[in-house]
Design a protein around this ligand. Structure first.
Ligand SMILES: [Fe+2]
Length: 306
């Protein structure tokens, strides 16, 4: 029987409970809260204490209201079950514990069902700043407060729909290589859109620019940099630009996009789907992100089932 107690707790990259689940092919898991070590709890306390002042200054109103509505705790890692009790009545969304990366189509499909795949591990206390790999601080403190907003939640669901549209509209292409090529281009476009909105989006607010993207909201350093630094270019979001713009993940973003409101964001997702249906996403500019074969496979398989 696999061991379920670990001295290392649930630290990103050192969490036997999670790694064993992954080995068994279990994507959806439970939070195993008792396994968090003192060091894990201390990492949350430090991350949370540090970012609060930055949120007050740079976060979008909807995000701040979400933090209040969820009553995110400052002194311990949140219990997903408690967060969900507060979240679900507001928008139907739920944070669901996962053992790791949720590939392509499955991730979109979760959004469509109002389930947000949530990492349960937490970074090492000495690696406080932005890390490319998600952890519970990124997922729960960065993403989930936005899920209390009806307009934002509906946008995520609409985005989830786009994956079904992509799978359906390419299902009849007989030439497998051509089908894979078109889907790869669509997936790249969808990933870029997600990156520059849900992960790194900015919005004009009552007192200037504020952030709503989770990658910013979970990074003490980058949140201020994104809004204050003159090294960052900030432009109104144009769909044709975003879907062709390479997304680099290993440094602070030099280029960010602004939307006017969450209704505006919803309309942009609608437009994204219309462009997809019109064939305008079949030839987006090559470059990052790479579309990995596992992600592509989930879209190819979904097309056969739909
Ligand atoms: Fe994220």
């Amino acid at each position: 029987m696999p061991s379920t107690v670990s001295a290392g707790g649930l630290t990103t990259g050192h969490a036997p409970f999670v790694e064993e689940a992954r080995t068994r092919g279990e994507l959806f898991i439970h939070q195993a809260y008792e396994q968090y070590s003192d060091e894990n709890q201390e990492a949350w306390r430090k991350l949370y204490a540090r970012i609060r002042t930055r949120w007050a200054r740079y976060a979008n109103d909807q995000f701040l209201q979400g933090v209040e509505a969820l009553r995110l705790p400052a002194d311990h890692i949140p219990h997903l079950s408690e967060i969900n009790q507060r979240l679900q009545p507001l928008t139907g969304f739920q944070a669901k514990a996962v053992s790791g990366y949720v590939p392509g189509f499955l991730f979109f499909d979760c959004l469509r069902r109002r389930e947000f795949p949530t990492t349960i591990t937490i970074r090492l206390a000495e690696r406080m700043d932005y890390l490319p790999e998600p952890d519970i601080f990124h997922d729960l403190a960065g993403h989930v407060p936005m899920h209390t907003s009806k307009a934002f939640a509906d946008t995520l669901v609409r985005f989830g729909d786009c994956a079904h549209t992509a799978a359906r509209m390419t299902a009849d292409i007989r030439d497998e290589a051509e089908r894979a090529r078109r889907l790869t281009s669509i997936i790249r476009a969808l990933s870029r859109f997600f990156w520059f909105t849900v992960e790194f989006g900015l919005m004009r607010g009552r007192d200037g620019i504020r952030a709503y993207g989770s990658g910013l909201m979970s990074s003490y350093g980058e949140l201020r940099h994104a809004i204050e630094s003159d090294e960052v270019q900030r432009y109104p979001l144009q769909l044709e630009w975003v879907i062709n713009q390479g997304a680099e993940i290993d440094h602070y973003q030099p280029l960010l996009f602004l939307v006017d409101s969450f209704d505006h964001l919803f309309d942009l997702v609608d437009k994204l789907e219309q462009w997809m249906l019109a064939g305008k996403l079949f030839h987006v500019a090559p470059g990052l992100p790479e579309v990995n074969p596992g992600d592509l496979r989930t879209f190819m398989d979904a097309g056969k089932l739909d």
